[in-house]
Design a protein around this ligand. Structure first.
Ligand SMILES: [Zn+2]
Length: 660
């Protein structure tokens, strides 16, 4: 991403703001963060930077976006406060090879990069129904919105943060907790980092949390945070964490580079997860119970963010051109970790799905080179992963692993480009990779033909490709009766939903799920079997089956509703929201408490709930034309939320409900 600079004053243009790494190397930053009025998002900070001058210069700067107050003292003597709204500038005759201490004090109310969740009432901290959270997102948003730092990824700094907050809350930051001090009602948390990182990886999370701690084989503490009410979701959510951690340390061949590894769920997160150094923050939508685990779990995101601790955090791209060195590697190593957990078929299945997605992208004309900084996520992540799979297949396991290890060791705590990696692979494999680079990295389209050849080495994928009702229609129903993989059977169900018989329900969970999804017209001959889907341990199956049964058999609606009354579903309450909607539109169902159900459904549109829950609740209320004044107020309020998905959704729905 390129930063567009503008200047409040016209005079700060003595050198390009972007090439500062030639002049100065910021070494360390000890920062203290405290909060004022949470409703106004007030942040107060103080930081001491140690820096080394590389070339003579008469000024240096730090990025600092839209601060309300900021001033400095250089070397305990020279004071200043030159600030253009985006850069904080220190003018001084700096000599090469000198070291300096820069102390900065500031106040700000960040517009982005730090988010204040459920903090918008003055009594927020004492409220019981919602717990305030504060969390940060540096990548793409810039840490310099709350901490004067370096937006350029190429200057790595050792950050030690102290954070002060109400004593009943947990504060989680990069590095190791080395002490806590309590004064009055507040606790100051002291965290220590040992190694440098790019500023976008600085993170903090504040909230009400408990934690589980396990220890990796190598001795690294693995801290898994959760909301106090989520005890039952801890094991399913964090399942395989230690196994995958041990696996990746072993597979990568380079010890985990940081003091510990922490994972923190937060409300209304902007992405699935973010690999802040030693402190991954992820969406609490991934907190699942034992049933939810089957359909939607944290395992892949868990492995992906963990892999970034090496690929992204230990070695960091110099620019967006080399973004695949982060996302492609994280996606590939997550797949390897999942292969260790779920087996080889799972690995090939994921690769197959990635290849299909890339193929579709090219067909739509949206493909680009992997080295295009504007490439899509699909390209960076999935094509990037495919490059590594194909490269390993080409050069062999041993040279591949040696090259990765050498690449990480050579460039640790530094920045990297694609060539740094390719050079190592060429060296250890004694292979000229220019043709490989041309076809897999540089070409505008994904190398689908070679990918398919590679996939066909898996008998499981081969079988999946051969099971095709559109080609072999006469044999098709038989596939469901005999041995075929669940994925192949699910494909058959999607192709011939009208031919499903009672016997087909004897299949495992995933095939039954396909029946719930694709068999929407239920013939009386399979009614009883179809009803048994409501007992499956899958919220996706239950949601689809409930709706289809309710629609197909009006006389049985009361029974279906009574049977599923207590089920909530995923974190976004998928089953409960559908249930409430159906209860409201089933005329003779509990007419005396319909108002209560409408209240509950409307309440799910309020800011007390995560944005996925709110979007579903809005959608259902709109469908049954029951979005009342309160629902509309909540919808209007949603247009000012920090999450763009909710904002876009709310604006669209408002334009339909209240056309201008
Ligand atoms: Zn990633």
């Amino acid at each position: 991403m390129k930063n567009v600079l503008y200047f409040v004053f016209g005079c700060f243009c003595w050198f390009g703001f972007s090439q500062q790494t030639d002049y100065v190397d910021f070494k360390s930053c000890r920062a203290s963060i405290a909060f004022g009025n949470l409703q106004n998002k007030e942040v107060k900070g103080k930081a001491i930077y140690e820096l080394k001058i590389l070339k003579d210069t008469d000024s240096i700067f730090l990025d600092a976006q839209h601060f309300s107050e900021i001033k400095y003292i250089l070397n305990d003597a020279i004071e200043g406060h030159l600030y253009d709204g985006k850069h904080f500038i220190v003018k001084h005759k700096f000599k090469a090879k000198t070291r300096h201490k820069l102390e900065i004090v500031w106040e700000t109310s960040p517009k982005k990069a730090m988010y204040f969740i459920d903090c918008d009432t003055s009594t927020a901290l004492s409220m019981t129904n919602t717990s305030p959270q504060i969390w940060t997102q540096g990548q793409g948003k810039y840490t310099s919105n709350w901490l004067p730092s370096i937006d350029d990824m190429n200057d790595k700094i050792e950050f030690d943060l102290n954070v002060t907050f109400d004593k009943d809350y947990q504060v989680i930051v990069n590095g190791k907790l080395i002490g806590k001090e309590e004064r009055l009602n507040k606790t100051t948390w002291h965290y220590d980092m040992r190694k440098p990182m790019s500023s976008y990886l600085v993170a903090l999370a504040v909230g009400k949390y408990k934690k589980n701690v396990e220890t990796a084989k190598s001795g690294i503490p693995l801290e898994m945070y959760y909301y106090p009410n989520d005890t039952l979701k801890v094991e399913p959510t964090y399942r395989y964490t230690k196994q995958m951690f041990d696996f990746l340390e072993d597979e990568i061949g380079v010890a985990y580079p940081w003091q510990n590894y922490k994972q923190v769920p937060v409300k209304d997160f902007l992405y699935a997860g973010m690999e802040n150094t030693s402190c991954t923050i992820f969406s609490d939508a991934f907190m699942v119970d034992n049933v939810g685990f089957v359909d939607k779990n944290y395992v892949n995101v868990n492995a992906h963010e963990l892999a970034h601790q090496w690929f992204g955090d230990l070695v960091t791209e110099t620019s967006g051109t080399h973004h695949w060195l982060q996302e492609g590697f994280a996606t590939y190593y997550a797949l390897l970790a999942e292969k260790d957990v779920f087996g080889e078929n799972h690995y090939f299945w994921q690769l197959y799905e990635y290849a299909q997605e890339l193929y579709e992208q090219d067909k739509a004309g949206a493909g680009t080179s992997l080295l295009n900084p504007k490439a899509s996520s699909t390209t960076f992540y999935k094509r990037g992963a495919w490059v590594l799979h194909a490269l390993r297949e080409k050069v062999g396991d041993k040279p591949f692993k040696k090259a990765v290890k050498s690449y990480l060791k050579k460039h640790k705590f530094e920045n990297v480009e694609t060539n740094d990696f390719i050079t190592e692979v060429e060296k250890y494999s004694k292979t000229d990779l220019s043709e490989f680079v041309e076809t897999w990295l540089i070409a505008e389209t994904f190398n689908y033909d070679d990918a398919l050849l590679s996939l066909k080495k898996s008998t499981y994928i081969n079988e999946y490709l051969k099971v095709d009702c559109e080609v072999y229609s006469s044999k098709c129903v038989d596939y469901l009766k005999y041995y075929a993989s669940d994925e192949a059977k699910a494909k058959v169900v999607s192709q011939i939903p009208d031919k499903i018989t009672a016997a087909d329900f004897k299949n495992p969970l995933k095939v039954r799920q396909a029946i719930a999804k694709y068999v929407t017209n239920i013939s009386p001959s399979i009614k009883t079997d179809y009803e048994s889907l409501l007992d499956d341990k899958s919220y996706v199956t239950i949601e689809a089956a409930l709706f289809n049964l309710w629609r197909n058999f009006p006389a049985q609606r009361q029974n279906y509703l009574n049977k599923t009354k207590e089920i909530v579903g995923f974190n976004d309450k998928n089953v409960r929201l559908l249930w409430l909607t159906l209860a409201l539109v089933t005329e003779d169902y509990e007419p005396e408490i319909k108002a209560k159900y409408l209240n509950e459904l409307t309440n799910y549109t309020s800011k007390n709930y995560g944005y996925e829950t709110r979007m579903n609740a809005f959608q259902y209320l709109h469908q049954i034309e029951a979005c009342n004044a309160e629902c509309i107020r909540n919808l209007e309020h949603a247009t000012t939320h920090h999450n763009w998905r909710l904002v876009k959704f709310a604006k669209q729905m408002l334009s339909v409900i209240k056309p201008k």
